[in-house]
Structure formats: structure tokens, C-alpha cells
Ligand binder design. Sequence first.
Ligand code: NAX
Length: 326
Amino acid sequence: MKQPVRVTVTGAAGQISYALLFRIASGSMLGPDQPVILQLLEITPAMGALEGVVMELNDCAFPLLHDVVISDDPEVAFKDTDYALLVGARPRGPGMERKDLLEANAAIFSTQGKAINKVASRDIKVLVVGNPANTNALIAASNAPDLDAGQFTAMTRLDHNRALSQLAEKTGSHTTDIKRMTIWGNHSNTQYPDISNATVKGEAAAAMVDQAWLEENFIPTVQERGAAIIKARGASSAASAAAAATDHMRTWALGTADGDWVSMAIPSDGSYDIEPGIMYSYPVTCKDGKYTIVQGLEISEFSRSRMDATEDELRQERAAIEHLLS
Ligand code: NAX
């Protein structure tokens, strides 16, 4: 059995975490031979609820769960941690403008970025789930100058999984038959789910569906899926978000399958003419704990315009909080 690793989860008493913590503790994220120590962060008023979640974690008697630490102090929760899943965020309140939302979250993610910089493992891998996820990740990274910005990522894996599910249903296949799905850009309704390079059982997916279905059905369904779930369930996606967060970290740590890739929002490096300075979702392969952007894909005019639109939105988000970046 390996030495335990430390995994921090913020917003640990919230609804995503209620599904996420149990997956991590059961080994779904890092494998059945990797013990974990959970370090859970909440705001002070939620500490009582968090204690209840810890009682349930203990009651599962998970063989891989070695210890659980809870705190409302980021420097305790991020101490020596190897993996951090930043789930807690400020939701949009009544009458709150988008700019206010960005600023409220900027305060949270700059504090957490500073704490990570100060106390976390130098090899930490950070996933931001809390919205607006891409820009929150940018803020956290910019407040952690001693770490590589590439150690900070944001989640578009839920969008990726939603796209797999939609295409599988349309083509009468299983999600595991589909390879090389891509989500470009922001985790928002400007994201561009792209099947140009996807295959279904080895055949080009684009040849199996028509452009009208793509433009009128597939792309808007994936872009608006979060809203559809809120409408149906009366609450935002939680279990599927937890599953996607687990997938994101597992792939990053343990690697992608041969011939396939996943989508991760990472610091743009100029690839595909997306200017540096934002967290943009790209197709990536992962190996030995590192991700690499898939290069050399042909970009059609249609794709280009969608990729540029979601880049523009990320630039606007950045402009709204630019004064808070260090
Ligand atoms: P909940 O409101 O159920 O839970 C959030 C928890 O975070 C609360 O318990 C709150 O006390 C805590 N919190 C707030 N500020 C904190 C801070 N400074 N430090 C530590 N904890 C703090 O929300 P939930 O449904 O769990 O969603 C969490 C976030 O995920 C939201 O921002 C949501 O928009 C976002 N999502 C992101 C998705 C993605 O694909 N990237 C999909 C699902 C989800 O919508």
C-alpha cells in the first residue's frame, strides 16, 4: 500500500462535496491502492454541518481513508496538501451583477491562492470547480507566485462528459465508444463543444450527424445543460459535477487512455491562437502527472468563430477583475 496523500476540498459541507468526498474516500479518484487524508475547508457558519458530513465519512469505514481534518482556516486546510479541489464559491445573490459576482469570488480565490502558495506541497495539483471557474482559477494562480500557473486548472470535464452522453445517445452508441471529444474555452454557455475530431467506434463522428443537429441541438444542449438540470431538479448539478471532478483529477494524476484525450481549462499558452493570460479549456493528454495540449488539429471557420467567442468572454471576465490580479 502507498503512503497516504493529502486531498483538500473547499465548500466541503455543500451539495457537490456531499457526493465528492465519498468518491475520493472510496478510491474512485486516485485508485484502489492510494490511501487519502481529507482536509476540509468551510466557512465558520457551516462548520457544524461539516461535522455531520465527517460523522458520515467515518461511518463508511472506508479502508483508504486515513484521517479527516476540518477547518475554517485556509492555512490549516491547505497545509502540505497534494491535491486541492476548490468547490466552495459565492453564488450569485438577488440583484447581484456579474461584476459583483466576479469580485466576490476574486476575494475568496485570492485568499486561497495565497494560502496554497504559502503552505501546500510544491507539487500540488489544483482543480477549481466553483464558478466562474476559469476566472477563479486565474485569480488563485496569480496569487501563488512560487508555484507554476500550470498547477492550477478549472473544470470543463462535466461539459466534456455531457457532450459524450449527447453524442452517444444520437449515434446509438455508448460513451466509451467515443474518443477525442473537445470542449474549448469557458465553463459557461459560450463554451464550444466540438466533435470535429471525435470518433465513434473509430469512425468520424462528424460524418454521422448533420450540421443542423450540431448547431441547433448538440451545442446548445451541452451549453445549457446546467440550466436544464436546475429547472428539472430545483437545484444545480451536484452528483455529476462530483463525478466529473473525480474524473479530472484521476486523469491528470493517472493519465489518458491511448488514442484519447480529455478537456481541461488550463493557462492558455498561445496554442490555437488563444492569447495567453486566461484559463481556456483545451483538448489535453495526460501522462506521469503532467498534461499536454493536443497540437496540430485543423480548425474550421465555424470552429474558429466559436473558439473566439468564448475567448472574448474570458477576456471580459479577466478585465473585470484585472485590478485584483497580482
Ligand atoms: P453549495 O452552495 O451547495 O456549496 C458551496 C459550499 O461552499 C457551501 O457549503 C459554502 O458554505 C462553502 N463556501 C463558500 N465560501 C467558502 C469559502 N470562502 N471557503 C470555503 N467554503 C466556502 O454549492 P454546490 O452546489 O456544491 O456548488 C459549488 C460550486 O460549484 C458553485 O460555484 C457552482 O456554481 C459550481 N459548479 C461548477 C460546475 C463546473 O462544471 N465547473 C458544475 C456544477 C456547479 O454548478
